[in-house]
Design a protein around this ligand. Structure first.
Ligand SMILES: Cc1cc2nc3c(=O)[nH]c(=O)nc-3n(C[C@H](O)[C@H](O)[C@H](O)COP(=O)(O)OP(=O)(O)OC[C@H]3O[C@@H](n4cnc5c(N)ncnc54)[C@H](O)[C@@H]3O)c2cc1C
Ligand SMILES: NC(=O)c1ccc[n+]([C@@H]2O[C@H](COP(=O)([O-])OP(=O)(O)OC[C@H]3O[C@@H](n4cnc5c(N)ncnc54)[C@H](O)[C@@H]3O)[C@@H](O)[C@H]2O)c1
Length: 465
């Protein structure tokens, strides 16, 4: 049977765009369908606008700190609508770049909401990006689901009064008092953004420390850094009820406290986006929380239908979605063997101020495999000596497998941690040893030189597994 395309990709986000471009580069006839925004979550409602807002939130402190270096500057006031408008202009520019990259690669761009009719046919219906599109069908030999994820809202009374990250990027004014619920990536990052811009921030979470899954020492250091930024943490607590009281929102917690705010922001995780996708017309299998089940080659239970990125809920980060999309296109249409990525050493960064960055195993994880040597450095970075923020510490940690002496984990909280960690991730991926770190000459004066000058072991942690 002749299909309209060799490959149809649903979703022009991080994974879908890379998959479509690479497949078209191999000469395949490719189309991508997008319902909402070119570039997907990362460009429009994720990494990019978030990082611009983190950067915006850091200038206030910098102006104050410059006094210690002799500047006679006066902290100004921040204009939120100006920031949002500037951010939106940049995103519109990036949307255009995504469209032209796809067009230059020879990919056919389709706008609308895609829905499976059968394993080779999609119905394209009007959507936010194409409200007046004429419904039609397209066929392809293979179809890739790259539809991403969407914010999850827990169930409690009044939850409809709360916002999520989707709305936070377009608030008309900055709220003076924000309650953030959830201390994962988004909760911690937006707590830093709003605090840096001058809002009073309450961070509410269920556990004893933020950032579940990260190394315990980093979680402790981050919790201290959050306190230093003037953010109030409410631990071991869940929301019970949210209601309006005049201009205020009042959030009741299950520990009996109630918090008043202008804005209650849920950062309580995301779920795969599979609504109205017509999966019932295929043999695609979804499991807990709607995650599409795939094999190692990203193929679903329906032969010829694949899924990549957040919709598969593996490692939900942009570079991983891109890697999955690239590999899939290589495998389906390429001539050389696909690149083998090392997902086990996927670096992670949480853009608080100061940020946290991490690669490899935590101390707890590594100790399950064998006894580990732990090296920790804690210091005030040079900028904060004259700048006057001596309580703004940097913490660095190396986790070394004692038997092999390989550095199996590196964790940093401190200014520029993500920039340092990207380079260190190469060393951890390569399986380098503590001796390799030790024989590397440092760059002075930097914070990063601590990574190659940690001579004295802080402790030994015995094998637990
Ligand atoms: C606030 C926030 C900050 C983040 N910050 C970072 C960060 O700093 N670093 C990082 O690595 N990751 C970050 N992430 C995660 C990152 O954005 C995602 O992991 C990444 O975008 C996933 O890519 P994807 O291709 O799977 O999906 P997406 O980028 O979400 O793309 C999916 C696309 O599919 C479209 N779509 C969905 N359904 C249909 C349909 N039926 N028909 C047509 N089109 C459809 C959507 O409109 C969307 O454009 C952040 C996420 C959020 C929410
Ligand atoms: N810098 C980055 O790379 C970056 C930034 C933002 C988002 N992301 C990606 O997006 C994903 C989603 O981010 P996120 O912060 O929403 O999720 P998350 O999984 O990182 O954190 C979710 C938080 O919500 C809490 N929570 C979950 N259900 C709850 C409930 N019913 N009641 C109260 N609290 C609840 C969890 O305990 C946790 O603290 C991340 O896991 C990550 O993959 C990455």
């Amino acid at each position: 049977m002749a299909y309209d395309f060799d490959l149809l990709v649903i979703g022009a986000g991080s994974g879908g765009v890379r998959c479509a471009r690479v497949a078209a580069g191999y000469g395949a006839r490719v189309a991508v369908v997008e319902s909402r925004h070119w570039g997907g979550t990362c460009v429009n409602l994720g990494c990019v606008p978030k990082k611009l807002m983190v950067q915006a939130s850091e200038f206030g402190d910098m102006v104050t700190d410059s006094h210690g270096f002799g500047w006679n500057t006066t902290p100004g006031t921040h204009d939120w609508p100006t920031l949002i408008a500037a951010k939106d202009r940049e995103i519109t520019r990036l949307n255009g770049i995504y469209v032209s990259m796809l067009e230059k690669a020879g990919v056919t761009l389709l706008t609308g909401h895609a829905r499976f009719v059968d394993g080779h046919t999609l119905r394209i219906e009007p959507s936010e990006l194409a409200p007046s599109a004429t419904p039609h069908t397209v066929t392809a030999e293979r179809i890739v689901i790259a539809t991403g994820s969407t914010p999850f809202k827990p169930d409690f009374t009044g939850v409809e009064l709360a916002i999520t990250s989707d709305e936070a990027f377009h608030l008309p004014q900055r709220p003076q008092r924000v309650v953030l619920m959830g201390s994962g990536y988004i909760g911690v990052e937006f707590a830093g953004i709003f605090a840096g811009l001058g809002s009073r921030v309450d961070l509410v979470y269920r556990r004893d420390l933020p950032l579940r899954g990260f190394d315990e020492d980093m979680r402790t250091a981050l919790s201290e850094a959050i306190a230093v930024r003037g953010i109030t943490q409410h631990r071991h607590t869940n929301p019970v009820k949210l209601e309006r009281d005049g201009a205020d929102l009042v959030l009741a917690l299950d520990d009996g406290k109630s918090l008043r705010a202008d804005c209650v922001f849920l950062a309580t995780g995301r779920r795969p986006k599979i609504d109205n996708l017509g999966l019932e017309n295929t043999q695609v299998v979804t499991v807990e929380n709607g995650r599409i089940q795939v094999d190692e080659g990203s193929e679903t239970a329906h032969a010829g239908i694949y899924a990549i990125g957040d919709v598969t809920d593996r490692i939900n980060l942009t570079p991983v979605a891109i890697a999955e999309g690239h590999t899939l296109a290589d495998r389906l249409f390429g001539t050389a063997p696909p690149r083998q990525w090392c997902y086990a050493t996927t670096p992670k960064a949480v853009f608080f101020s100061p940020p946290v960055a991490s690669v490899g195993l935590t101390e707890t994880e590594a100790a399950q495999n064998g006894t580990v040597d732990i090296y920790i450095a804690r210091f005030t970075p040079m900028r904060h000596t004259l700048g006057g923020r001596r309580d703004r510490k940097t913490v660095m940690k190396l986790v070394v497998d004692q038997a092999s002496q390989k550095v199996v984990g590196v964790h940093i909280l401190g200014d520029d941690a993500p920039e340092m960690l990207q380079a260190v991730a190469v060393a951890v991926t390569a399986g380098l040893t503590k001796a390799d770190f030790d024989r590397t000459i440092g760059i002075h004066p930097t914070s990063a030189e601590e990574l190659v000058t940690m001579r004295t072991r802080t402790r030994e942690t015995l094998k637990t597994g």
